[in-house]
Design a protein around this ligand. Structure first.
Ligand SMILES: [Zn+2]
Ligand SMILES: [Zn+2]
Length: 279
């Protein structure tokens, strides 16, 4: 066990103290199915919490392939913003990693009520029995991630299912957030105003009837009134990828906000002067 402990410490020491790693940046069923971009979600380390947000297909594979090394055995938290398969398919495999070495119930999975209700749970009973906590999102509620960090749930509007964005706050740590799959909502500028960094699922170039996803033009409008230092666009669909993500975001930056397109494997040091590192 001592060797394992040392390995874990080495793994953790090879990354910044507080960071996000984009395990995947895919943003539609078509991109997920072709794996033109990976659909692994986000790895994060923040205030003593270490975990994965929206582990879609390939999340475990991208964790095992990461350099520096990551391990599903190290996580204590999994968050699903909603139940769609590109956000949830690897959930049970990651619960297996999170609970493998513990005889006690361990770890937390934060998800929506409709992830586990309606007779079609994305969390297997077999996995749920091993978990210490399975809290549900509620708009405005701050779920404790650790004694020093919380995540607030922000209600979204997404194709008739429950979906929530996230705002992370921690003692002495920068506040950051995620706008997940959603139509652009008028209260986003107010809700996310504390965030110095914001990740925005930006799936389409322009708003389109019947698609409740953020578009590049929604991001442009949002950044006229919301001013994080850094906005990172991810969850890109084929139309955005065809534009060339770097070109597509090229004119979205403002005087106050730098906008970049995420790449698979990209690392963001949440406390760094130069936050972006290629993975
Ligand atoms: Zn979705
Ligand atoms: Zn999605």
């Amino acid at each position: 066990m001592e060797d394992c402990q040392l390995e874990r410490e080495e793994r953790i020491a090879s990354y910044p103290r507080s960071f996000v790693r984009f395990l995947g940046t895919a943003g539609s069923r078509f991109i997920m199915l072709s794996q033109r971009r990976s659909s692994g979600g986000l790895w994060f380390s923040y205030g003593g919490a270490m975990g994965v947000i929206d582990p879609g297909p390939g999340s475990l594979v991208r964790i095992c392939a990461a350099c520096p090394q990551l391990s599903a055995l190290d996580i204590n938290t999994i968050i699903l913003t909603h139940r769609h398969i590109d956000h949830s398919s690897d959930l049970n495999a990651l619960v297996e990693g999170m609970t493998l070495r513990s005889a006690e119930k361990r770890g937390m999975v934060l998800l929506t009520d409709d992830c586990v209700s309606q007779g079609d749970s994305v969390l297997l009973n077999f996995a749920a029995r091993k978990l210490k906590e399975i809290p549900k999102h509620a708009d405005g509620h701050r779920t404790e991630l650790s004694p020093t960090a919380t995540v607030e749930s922000v209600i979204h509007k997404h194709h008739g299912i429950q979906c929530y964005g996230l705002i992370f706050r921690g003692a002495g740590l920068p506040t950051w957030g995620i706008i997940s799959d959603t139509a652009a909502l008028p209260d986003f500028p107010k809700r996310y105003e504390e965030c110095g960094m914001i990740v925005i699922n930006t799936t389409i170039p322009l708003p389109r009837a019947g698609l409740e996803h953020m578009s590049l033009s929604d991001v442009r409008s949002l950044l006229q009134v919301l001013h994080p230092q850094l906005a990172i666009l991810t969850h890109m669909g084929g139309w955005v990828l065809d534009l060339g993500p770097d070109e597509a975001v090229g004119d979205l930056s403002t005087e106050k906000t730098r906008v970049i397109a995420a790449r698979d494997g990209m690392i963001v040091d949440l406390e760094g002067q130069n936050p972006i590192q290629e993975g």
